[in-house]
Design a protein around this ligand. Sequence first.
Ligand code: DX5
Ligand code: ZN
Length: 225
Amino acid sequence: MSFDRSVKIAPSILSADFANFGAEIEAVEGQGADWIHVDVMDGHFVPNITFGASTCAAIRPHIKTIMDVHLMIAPVDPYIEGFAEAGADFITAHVEAGPHIHRTLQAIRGAGAKAGVALNPGTPADAVVELLDMVDLVCVMTVNPGFGGQKFIDMTAKVRRLREMIGDRPIHIEIDGGVTPQTAPLVVEAGADVLVAGSAVFKGGSVTDPAPYGENIRAIRASYT
Ligand code: DX5
Ligand code: ZN
């Protein structure tokens, strides 16, 4: 299959009902989500704790699209095999999470998953220049990681720079944090093709009333098309 550079919306289950992930995922996919973004936090690399590989394995059967696992943990390497076994399609690690991102990315692909590298807002695009032939996705954080519902930090210039650096390589540029119908067009115009959105997708809806999820997804899509 040829590389899909069309814009995809990846709702983050960080904003879903934690007691009901399976039904939330089915609801949001039913309402048009392209990927499902899964935020793993350890209370060490970031100041918040979510869940680990066993929860990922439990939700996997409910995901019909793509399971996009964002690891905000340090260390990363001891846990890669577990997330790959849990069925992650993409496993993304932060360049800031340790001194050996190259080894981490090798291990992710070695475990059979697609490899992503994430950049905090304070980290320049150039941090991935030596990694471009070993990644399938670059995640540009547009908030400081740890919590949903934060204000978008404008990283448009970084996205543009990455788009140039990537050239024809089959690498997704993902935006994570503060994506709304107001901010989505800025990053799409700069070259992003995966938009993570938590609060902007899940607001106003529930598993018993999922229509707002669809309205929210369509409002983001309409903002850049
Ligand atoms: C932040 C997470 C994001 C977050 C996005 O650390 O990586 O995926 O859930 O949430 P919103 O869209 O609400 O900013
Ligand atoms: Zn994330």
